[in-house]
Design a protein around this ligand. Structure first.
Ligand SMILES: *Cc1c(COP(=O)(O)O)cnc(C)c1O
Length: 443
């Protein structure tokens, strides 16, 4: 059985193996007293106790989960080299591992060609996707649903690309009729399609959007920062499955290994289907690339220095859990889908207490306590959130302004605060009876 203690022993063994690779060098130790480290490290441990217990299944709030042990250990091991994947000069081995890991993600998307690399996160991955979008279609608009991540509008403001939000339907998906209306204006360069919105996990109907965009000469960028790994699930609702099945045809895609890919933070990924977009990245640094004529990742990335350790951790994780449909990673995601369905069914069986607002497409559930007005329900949601936390059940809150999700409610204020739970851990389904018991006590 794996424990954090046995993990540290394994790390020590791997570290010795790594060190042997450099054993021929003359001894060059830096003198540092162990006793100077100890009190500070213990102080850090003390300070870090002030966190929600993200790793525990009773943490069922925000989109947060611990990295897989193999990712954590591989990251820690790589830290003893601290490679920089900007150039092969700074991280030869880890750059190779990055290229291999990213190629496996491209394969998961069903792409036979690709250009891509890791980024610091989904924000930067989307930034690069939209930067290329703007270079290919200068002056033309970028569209995303009003439920898309707020980052797209901000990125467009950074890039100075005109942005328009497209209306969504009552399930928080992009409204295809509204999209058609925008496309018919003839000035749209790129449509951003979200597969898994951050707030409710809605999946835009990519299979309908893609042909429509093509018909109007627009590109399609997919924001799958949160939802991308659901390509590997087998238990998706047919509506969501149809959207994920259309991914091979899109132009670019952002995915966050640091969300469902079980990685430490600092690991996003941008992929383009057409490798030719690489020429937009071209730059002329006089001092960076000398060790090899092979591709240095800094030649196809906007960020310069990047943690090689992120690539090492991701590669190791994919080695352990290959990105194949129905594999170990996919089964974990299926358990999350089941947990969300179970919680949804449990809430629906108690209409006297709870109101559900969306049928979950992925592993996020959004609901509220029963009530008659938006202000009253919002206050009650807030109270339940706080009481549940006192019972060690950690939920999240979200705000909804679409009145269609609860037409009978008296909307005496524009926004309704609701409860939200990301059931991202494979243990969540097993813990659901306990989660529901505590939720009931917090009512
Ligand atoms: C998380 C998320 C982002 C932002 O990614 P970061 O990794 O937090 O920078 C963008 N879009 C969606 C859909 C997300 O879920």
């Amino acid at each position: 059985m794996f424990t954090s203690q046995s993990g540290l022993e394994l790390l020590q063994e791997a570290l010795q193996h790594l060190d042997q690779g450099f054993a021929h060098l003359p001894e060059a130790q830096v003198a540092l007293e162990q006793e100077r480290l100890r009190p500070i490290l213990l102080e850090v441990a003390q300070r870090m106790r002030d966190n929600y217990p993200y790793a525990h299944p009773l943490y069922a709030g925000q989109m947060l989960k611990p990295p897989h042990p193999i990712a954590r250990l591989a990251y820690a091991l790589a830290q003893f080299v601290n490679p920089n994947n900007h150039a092969l000069d700074g991280g030869r081995a880890s750059s190779e591992l990055e290229k291999e890991a990213v190629a496996e993600i491209a394969q998961m998307l069903g792409w036979s060609t690709h250009l891509g690399h890791l980024t610091s996160g989904g924000t930067f991955a989307n930034l690069e996707g939209l930067w290329i979008a703007g270079r290919l279609h200068p002056g033309r608009r970028i569209l995303a649903s009003e439920q898309a991540h707020y980052t797209h509008q901000r990125i467009c403001s950074v890039l100075q690309i005109p942005f328009t939000a497209v209306a969504s339907d009552e399930q928080a998906r992009m409204d295809v009729a509204a999209l058609r209306h925008h496309l018919e204006q003839g000035d749209v360069g790129t449509v951003v399609v979200t597969l898994g919105t951050s707030s409710v996990g809605a999946v835009d109907p990519l299979e309908q959007i893609l042909p429509l965009a093509r018909q109007h000469g627009a590109r399609v960028h997919v924001d799958a920062a949160y939802g991308g790994y659901f390509r590997l699930a087998t238990q998706l609702h047919p509506t969501a499955a149809a959207a994920f099945a259309a991914v091979p045809g899109v132009d670019s895609l952002a995915i966050d290994p640091h969300k469902h890919g079980l990685q430490p933070y600092g690991c996003g990924c941008i992929l383009f289907r057409d490798p030719a977009v690489g020429h937009f990245y071209r730059h002329d640094s006089p001092y960076t690339y000398f060790s090899s004529d092979q591709l240095h990742l800094g030649e196809i990335s906007l960020e310069c220095s990047r943690a090689g350790a992120s690539a090492v951790a991701l590669w190791a994780t994919q080695r352990m859990m290959p990105l194949v449909v129905g594999g170990e990673l996919g089964s974990r995601l299926d358990l999350g889908l089941a947990a969300a369905q179970d919680l949804y069914a449990w809430l629906r069986q108690r209409p006297q207490h709870w109101q559900t607002l969306y049928a979950p497409s992925l592993d996020i559930v959004v609901w509220a306590p029963q009530g008659t007005s938006a202000s009253q329900v919002s206050d009650h949601s807030q109270q339940i959130f706080e009481r549940a936390a006192q019972l060690d059940l950690h939920l999240a809150l979200t705000q909804v302004s679409d009145r269609r999700v609860w037409p009978q409610l008296n909307w005496d204020q524009p926004r309704l605060t609701c409860l939200r739970s990301c059931l991202m851990k494979p243990e969540h389904q097993q813990w659901l009876p306990e989660i529901c018991r505590r939720l009931e006590s917090a009512l």
